[in-house]
Design a protein around this ligand. Structure first.
Ligand code: ASP
Length: 334
């Protein structure tokens, strides 16, 4: 009896202290040429609504003493299910007119990680990445093998048609047309025009739970008009995603090739860990490296005190943060 009372007192004390611990979630829905001029008020409202919903979903998990891993999955799933973002439903098309998705997740405890690449029938690729981390002895699985594994794990499998959206289809036709023009005319002018139209709709989340653990998740359809089989930074641990309790949690969006070559997400964590850089300085510097390689995009970074920072080299980035019980904040423009 005495033991029971002591245990009860301990649990109550523990949960009381857990209640005081900070928790936070930050998300992004991609970066690119996003300006007030390119976004109608209706579309802006639609983006804000889904971003807020994703933040609330993640926050709910954290407020109920859930894990940061569960929180990032909850937030990313909402954006994957929305056709507005280039992940899950609404994923961009490959040159061949297919949708090939990549996703990854990382646990701040012990650098556990899971990823899938080039999947075409998994409704929520982020859940498959999580399953690879939790239920397999691997870190990354690709294509058919990843899909079979996801099916075995009981995840939702859909017809590839599920991912088809008119808007992404039109984007592919436009991109192909630009490529055709490029063949006929001068390349430099064309490259500038392409850049202007570039949008990265990848989604990602970073979270800190009340137990003090960080997590990060990223999900994408990749780049419009990519060659089939191409894999970007989003499923690459250290490039598009990183989380370790000793430093920070990071999720990136942008020209994947340069984020891979810049080892961008890990670069940010390493700058914080080894150089003592602030997360903002680390993020800005890592993106400067990506820029020097010819890439552009943005990152969200969360530290163990629950401070979120954003950095991007594009005109805008869909992003948001919810810290503790305070009202979630959603931002789009610079
Ligand atoms: N980083 C993604 C990729 O290269 C694209 C994006 O962020 O939208 O696959």
């Amino acid at each position: 009896m005495k033991r029971f009372v002591a245990l009860l007192a301990m649990t109550t004390a523990l949960s009381a202290s857990a209640q005081d611990k900070p928790f936070a979630i930050a998300i992004h829905g991609g970066s690119g040429t996003i300006t007030r001029a390119t976004l109608t008020p209706e579309r802006e409202a639609a983006y804000r609504a889904v971003l807020t919903e994703a933040l609330e979903a993640g926050r709910k998990v954290l407020a109920a003493n859930g894990t940061s891993l569960d929180a990032v999955v909850a937030a990313v799933k909402i954006m994957e299910d929305s056709p507005l973002f280039n992940a899950g439903k609404g994923a961009v098309f490959t040159h061949e007119g297919t949708n090939e998705m990549d996703a990854s997740i990382m646990d701040g405890i012990g650098r556990r990680a899971g990823a899938v690449a080039g999947v075409t029938v998994i409704r929520n690729p982020i859940e498959a990445a999580r399953a690879v981390m939790d239920k397999s002895r691997h870190v990354m699985m690709a294509g058919k093998g990843a899909e079979l594994f996801a099916k075995d794990q009981g995840l939702a499998i859909v017809d590839p048609k599920y991912f088809w959206t008119q808007e992404r289809w039109d984007q592919l036709q436009k991109a192909k047309e630009r490529d055709r023009i490029q063949l006929d005319h001068d390349a430099p002018r064309k490259t500038a025009a392409l850049e202007e139209d570039e949008k990265f709709g990848t989604v990602g989340a970073v979270a800190l739970d009340r137990a003090g653990n960080l997590a990060a998740a990223t999900s994408t359809g990749g780049l419009t008009n990519k060659r089939f089989g191409r894999v970007g930074d989003s499923p690459i641990v250290g490039a598009g995603t990183w989380a370790e309790n000793e430093s920070v949690a990071v999720s990136a969006t942008g020209t994947g090739e340069m984020f891979i070559r810049g080892v961008a997400a890990y670069d940010i964590a390493a700058r914080v860990k080894y150089k003592g850089a602030t997360p903002q300085q680390a993020a800005d510097d890592a993106l400067a490296t990506v820029k020097s390689l010819g890439g552009r995009g943005g990152v969200i970074v969360l530290d163990r005190s629950g401070n979120a920072v954003f950095s991007f080299t594009t005109e805008g980035m869909y992003r948001g943060v919810a810290k503790g019980e305070t009202k979630p904040e959603v931002l789009i423009y610079r």
